[in-house]
Design a protein around this ligand. Sequence first.
Ligand code: ZN
Length: 399
Amino acid sequence: MTVGPSAAAPTLPPRPGGAWTPLTGAAHRIAVAVLLDGPLPRSELARRFDLSPGSLTRLSRPLLDSGLLVETTGAYDPTSGRPTRPLDVDESSHHFIGVKLTATTAHAVLTTLRARVVAAEEALLLDTSPAGVAATVADLVRSLASEVAEVGVDGVRAVGVSLGGRVGERGEVRSARYLGWSDVPLGELLEDLLGLPVVVDNDMLSLTRAEQWFGAARRCDHFAVLTIGEGVGYGLVVHDEVVDPPDAGVGLLGHFPLDPTGPLCPQGHAGCADSLLTISAVTARASTGLRRPVRYEEVLDLALEGDPVARRVVDDAARGLGRLVAAVGNLTMPQKVVLSGDGIRLAEVGRAALLAQVAADRNPLASPLDIDVQQTGFREWARGAAVTAIRTFVLGTRA
Ligand SMILES: [Zn+2]
């Protein structure tokens, strides 16, 4: 992972209450290691960072004095049998709010420093103008913070907001088509309203950052995340770094070709990922086949019950997803592919078709792909936004 602040990345203004950003070098690495993997014995930290016991004591002292790290008790060194005092964080010492924006709703969660969700709320976006959305989000943040009495707005260190679209380095939304926005200084608008540090991120990148630090891929330094829902999302971590290109938010994998005989997407591609895998694509095909309008979950339930039309639609889509998973596996050679997104139940209901397609598209000599299916709702997306805020607080950069 990156532990040093990067010159180009956005930073949060310093804030009273023990920000981590002033930490540098080994002290910073110790703090991050304990945050992600704690409690950690001192011997493990000394080994990991090649420090003498004396250096470790000197570096960790200010972290303990500030309350950032705490000593735990009750552990014993397995070799010497002597009691040890592993280092940990008091995760409730800092709270964060994550907000995921969809076209109609703001979903928000309040989390601890380790991204454990302690409260959740949502609000309809009745006015999708930038000022309208900022006002709704600000109300939501205040309401959520005051819901947990011991936190309050003063206990929130930073707010993360994520949305599908391109986001600039200063928290400006360069484009978010579903809100009709271009060049909206959302971060600035919200900071003015809330008086809190606000960091804005692409939703797929924030979900990937959450998987890397606190999710299914936390032990991997090279993995991919694929999501299906309203669109097809893709995130990639290489050498423990989230790949964060200017085109993140365009939906680069949405038009990836999967089936030349498939339906057309609005851009005119036959059988691209968007035309086969999105919730609206699956429901449209099932509704045509069943000759009545059906909801997504109903299509999946009907397939499970053995309805032949729903089963065919689900298996076709699952095969398409299998082809995409195999392509990602073949091209980026990850240790793991995490499947997620609000439509990902398709991977469970269509599991056999998905796995058969992955196998068909892989070299038989290749190792089996490690595919991890996560159930993801809007709360998980909002938690991802909170993780962007946590990372910015801890690292001084959202990267
Ligand atoms: Zn397309």
